[in-house]
Write a protein of this length. Structure first.
Length: 626
């Protein structure tokens, strides 16, 4: 990384730490206000989080949005006091005495202990400093840091309230989690709130339902997407687009099963390295019946599957072991390489129910996955080709505001397979490829896959949110674990290098992002319905059908609105459905074989010959114009 990039990265981290400090301090302002309004509130923790902060509390009163105005009014009083945040270092005994007297997380002593603070104190290691922070009459157990005074926290807002388990453990008590946000000034706060309102308008879950794109059904399972016909059309167009590019680059399409034997994933390392992110293993039926007959406990089954003494299967969390086995099924010469295998492969990850979110966080998703098996000498060119493909995908869809992240291993972590030397070689190769690409990048340690480092494309959407989409990964480890070889020019056995790449990443996430990015107004080539013909009355339906047929004959997705509504109502409905083009046909148009063209976002485009419109539309679709 260049010196300028390092300086920029350090400055960004410094700015972020300042904002986190401000939000951490505002969490104390929130807690002060709540304990003044409800003195019996018991406080747990209140950290800064992305875009704000929260505080977990237990309270007999159920906080609702109706209480937010009252809480904010009390917070304004705390801010106006402009009290300093004072750090007080105490002994463990002094801290416990204050907690047991109810003084921590409170504005006065109480008859009951601050029980969460007592518990949190017991979690602090013996050799660690214990500090309290005080602002006016409010005391809290906290390591800091904070801004200077409560008066610095002027631009804030209480955002929402939700339920949360203490310490995130479902076996613990359920608390009320009050969320807030805070910015350096009111202008930045107003800008953030405006973006949130815009995000609500663009929410893919709402638009997906309104536009009939996808459905999630409890009977099927949360996190499992049912693609409806219109959504499936968008997915098919994306798949066709990338498939044409892959055909040009010499990829071979393959199909593999959604399930595999546990030994396959033991060899790859996904089992057990991915243990917390995968669905439970599935024992063989005969084994399950035998264990049931023996009244064996669940722990015997679980341990046996984990240790390999009991065989079973697994819903695949990755496609790569299957592609590896396809490569290994034939003998390869260096003349055959690179071998490029591609598949729209569905994989399954176990996500906690609270982490699921529409199409962007799911339990079953399809990757535009491919694996390249090449010689070490071919790595640079193949990685460069993969990066060019990701760039083409993003540029075609107008997502040109992105950054590149090098996701490297953490040298101090033991979660990665393979030697340090191999990792150093792989990371150096990816860094070289990104520098050759000529884009700004950052390095993030600890974000690599367990088998190799990654180049991730992080896209900023139209309202400024970051999404990690396309990825290119370099892997020296899985070829070693599966003992993959090819015959070199010296007739000796050599180890190939493996490249994992997915320009879209997850099709579910990508389409969810596109819905929000375009606010459901997809470019014409992607739109589920590209043209709607609007006859002025029933006597022009025959002409409308003829126009629709000419469009359908060249592959345009077109419909005719046969309703007996007035033209204004038909136009409003077409715009609500985000149809790019409307063709109005009345007496004049029917007689002259023309159409009156309207666009969903623009004024009337005027009357033109039907053939002219078809030619222009055909060009727009072929060029994938935005």
């Amino acid at each position: 990384m260049s010196d300028s990039k390092e300086r920029k990265s350090l400055e960004e981290r410094h700015q972020m730490s300042d904002l986190e400090r401000l939000r951490h301090s505002c969490a104390h302002v929130l807690a002060t206000a709540i304990t003044r309004i409800w003195p019996d509130a018991q406080l747990a923790g209140g950290p800064p989080v992305e875009n704000g902060f929260y505080y977990d509390i237990t309270l007999d009163h159920r906080i609702t949005p109706d209480d937010f105005e009252k809480i904010e009014a009390e917070m304004k009083k705390v801010v106006k006091e402009n009290a300093p945040f004072e750090k007080v270092v105490v002994s463990r005994d002094e801290a416990l005495k204050l907690a047991e007297s109810g003084r921590l997380g409170a504005v006065s002593e109480r008859d009951v202990a601050s029980r969460f603070k007592v518990d949190l104190l017991n979690d602090i290691p013996e050799d660690e400093e214990i500090s309290l922070f005080k602002n006016n009459d409010f005391w809290d157990l906290c390591a800091g840091p904070h801004v200077g005074r409560t008066g610095n926290c002027k631009a804030f807002k209480v955002m929402s309230v939700a339920s949360a388990f203490y310490k995130g453990n479902k076996d613990n008590e359920s608390l009320q989690r009050v969320y807030g946000t805070c910015f350096k000034n009111k202008t930045e706060l107003a800008d953030h709130l405006e973006k949130l309102e815009e995000a609500k308008k663009r929410d893919h879950r709402r638009l997906g339902k309104e536009l009939g794109l996808f459905h999630i059904d409890e009977a099927v399972g949360q996190g499992l997407i049912l693609w409806k016909p219109k959504g499936a059309l968008i997915r098919r167009e994306l798949q066709d687009f990338i498939t044409k590019e892959l055909d040009r680059q010499g990829y071979s399409q393959v199909f593999t099963p959604h399930i595999g034997k546990l030994d396959l994933y033991r060899t790859s390392g996904h089992f057990p390295y991915y243990a917390e992110s995968q669905f439970p293993a599935i024992p063989e039926r005969d084994t399950l019946e035998k264990l049931a007959d023996e009244n064996a406990s669940c722990s015997i089954l679980t341990n046996g599957l984990a240790e390999g003494t009991i065989e079973g299967f697994m819903l695949r969390p990755m496609n790569c072991p299957h592609h590896i086995k396809i490569f290994a099924s034939d003998q390869h010469s260096y003349r055959d390489l690179p071998v490029r295998l591609a598949e729209f492969g569905t994989v399954y990850r176990w996500e906690q129910s609270g982490e699921l979110g529409g199409m962007t966080r799911v339990r079953g998703f399809t990757q535009d996955d491919a694996h390249i098996f090449c010689t070490p000498e071919q790595v640079d060119d193949e990685v460069a080709s993969c990066l060019d493909l990701v760039k083409k995908v993003l540029n075609t869809l107008g997502m040109e505001d992105y950054r590149v992240r090098l996701s490297f291993s953490d040298p101090d972590s033991d979660k990665y397979v393979g030697s340090r030397e191999v990792w150093n070689e792989a990371e150096a190769s990816l860094k070289k490829a990104v520098e050759k690409l000529g884009v700004d990048y950052t390095v993030e340690l600890g974000e690599a896959a367990f088998y190799g480092p990654k180049i991730d494309f992080v896209v900023k959407d139209v309202i400024g949110r970051d999404w990690q989409l396309g990825t290119v990964q370099l892997d020296f480890n899985l070829p070693e674990r599966f003992d993959l070889t090819y015959v070199g020019a010296d007739n000796g056995r050599h180890r190939p290098v493996m490249i994992h790449r997915a320009p879209f990443g997850s099709l579910e996430r990508f389409v969810g992002l596109l819905i929000e990015h375009f606010e459901g107004k997809f470019p014409t080539w992607l739109a589920p319905e590209q043209v709607r013909v609007l006859p002025l009355s029933d006597k022009f339906i025959e002409h409308a059908d003829a126009a629709a047929k000419k469009l359908a004959d060249i592959g345009v997705r077109v419909s005719v609105d046969r309703a007996s509504e007035k033209l204004g109502a038909k136009i409003r409905l077409a715009r609500l459905d985000r149809v790019p083009y409307m063709l109005v046909i009345g007496a004049q148009e029917a007689e002259s074989n023309t159409v009156s063209v309207r666009h969903r976002d623009r004024e009337n485009l005027g009357t033109q010959p039907l053939d002219t419109f078809i030619q222009n539309l055909h060009t727009e679709i072929l060029e994938r114009s935005l």
